[in-house]
Write a protein that binds this ligand. Structure first.
Ligand code: GDP
Length: 441
């Protein structure tokens, strides 16, 4: 799923996300590469143009170029744009309550996965407690009625079939009548398709829609056909009117071009994705998760948001200056530990960093060590926190007692801190290391 586009974007962003300095030219170069990646992914040209212009607008502003970590900020901007183009918020089906019938019209070309999707949707809605009736009104594809019957039996959903029927409008009408009589609350009408959009099909579907009066008219579009799926959706929307799209075969789509273009071009939201051939392979479509997947990253956005909440730019700058003057004190160290704690567990934080998911466990990070270090620091007096050199053996004993640790642990912490300061002194002349070090804190 989305392998190719995701690979492309991860490579691209790996090069910028760690940068603590980026220039407007850097941004322009990367945006140019994004443009190529999107075009290769078969995203609609108009969508690509809009994407590029908006991203450039947002990313070349001072707020980004001068932020604490412009690389990450830039990544977030691209992520947010992707989410926007994928359709912003998750959009669910808008069905009525159980005391009336909610008809859903499923539309799509032959082979798009319409019949399979009808069953997937029926299975999902009946799992959610709805009483679903499937109506076999695809009378064009010879095996469609049988296929729906077999699937219906498999998922335990009734299928309304009229033997030897030729008129889909009559079948749909009869299906609805039965639903009302037998107190079904949801009717899914599987309509006919064609190899391509033609006038006869549109006329038939318009007539079916008129009798069904659906609360949802959903197009099943084959994700793998890229821009052609977008053209088909546009046509259906103009001629029939759509309220949603189900993107089938998303599991086999390496590029994501249809997903990224559909909302902008048709104005119709993607509500579900088909992710396999089985009846349970239907998932709600979450724009933000798909964007994360495209960028090949963990949840970078929440990470940046969290970091923004806890690290103030001014403070970061002051810290850097302290380090440069080598007067980074134990009090500053305590402050850093508390900041890390405020941002949540180290494990969950690292899980949000690209490429880190599952690689580092809480144990590796030794968060216990941070915990007792915090206790040790909290047992020190203000004077000790400002000048660790005065902490002799008696003070160490008192601190160990006060923090419930041992003198050995206090020694170890102070040694570590001393080493850290030495290292800071060495590297503060090197700006690149400074940034890395700040991140490690
Ligand atoms: P229809 O002509 O539109 O009714 O198409 P079908 O429902 O018969 O589906 C056509 C083919 O696509 C079948 O082989 C399905 O198993 C397959 N298919 C449908 N949805 C998906 C999906 O989400 N993922 C994959 N991998 N295959 C799918």
């Amino acid at each position: 799923m989305l392998d190719r586009i995701s690979q492309k974007f991860s490579d691209l962003f790996r090069s910028v996300s760690g940068n603590n300095r980026i220039t407007e030219q850097n941004v322009r170069d990367v945006v140019q590469e994004i443009k190529v990646a999107l075009l290769e992914a078969d995203v609609n040209v108009r969508v690509v143009r809009r994407f590029v212009n908006r991203t450039l607008e947002d990313a070349t502003g001072d707020a980004v170029l001068r932020s604490v970590s412009p690389g990450q900020m830039f990544t977030k901007i691209v992520h947010d744009r992707l989410v926007e183009f994928l359709g912003d918020e998750r959009q669910d089906l808008q069905l009525k309550g159980p005391d009336t019938v909610s008809p859903i019209l499923l539309l799509g070309l032959q082979g798009s996965g319409k019949t399979t999707t009808a069953a997937k949707l029926a299975a999902r809605l009946s799992r959610e407690g709805r009483k679903v009736l499937l109506v076999a009104a695809d009378l064009v594809r010879p095996a469609a009625v049988d296929q729906l019957q077999v699937l219906g039996e498999r998922i335990g959903v009734a299928v309304h079939v009229v033997d030897g029927a030729r008129d889909p409008v009559a079948v749909a009408k009869a299906g609805l009548k039965r639903a009302k009589k037998e107190l079904y609350d949801t009717v899914i009408v599987d309509t006919s398709g064609r190899m391509q959009v033609d006038a006869a099909l549109m006329k038939e579907l318009q007539a079916v829609k008129k009798v069904v009066q659906p609360v949802e008219s959903v197009l099943v579009a084959d994700s793998m056909t890229g821009q052609s799926a977008v053209d088909i959706a546009k046509e259906f929307n103009e001629q029939i009117g759509l309220s949603g799209i189900i993107l089938s075969k998303f599991d086999s789509d390496a590029r994501g071009g249809a997903a990224l273009s559909l909302k902008t071009i048709t104005g119709t939201p993607i509500k579900f994705i088909g992710v396999g051939e089985k009846t349970e392979d239907l998932e709600p479509f979450y724009p933000d998760r798909i964007a994360g997947r495209i960028l090949g990253m963990g949840d970078v956005v929440s990470l940046v948001e969290k970091a923004q909440e806890t690290i103030d730019e001014q403070e970061a700058l002051e810290l850097q200056q302290k380090m440069a003057k080598a007067n980074f004190s134990l009090a500053d160290y305590l402050d850093q530990i508390q900041r890390v704690k405020k941002m949540g567990s180290m494990e969950s934080l690292l899980g949000m960093i690209p490429g880190m998911q599952g690689r580092v466990s809480e144990e590796d990070l030794n968060t216990d060590e941070l915990k007792y270090e915090e206790a040790i620091l909290q047992s020190m007096t203000r004077v000790e926190l400002e000048n660790y050199r005065i902490i002799g053996i008696n003070r160490r004993k008192r601190i160990a007692r006060g923090s419930g640790t041992t003198v050995y642990q206090v020694n170890r912490m102070l040694k570590k801190f001393d080493k850290m300061r030495t290292m800071m002194k060495k590297v503060t002349k090197n700006k690149k290391y400074q940034a890395q070090l700040m991140q490690q804190l």
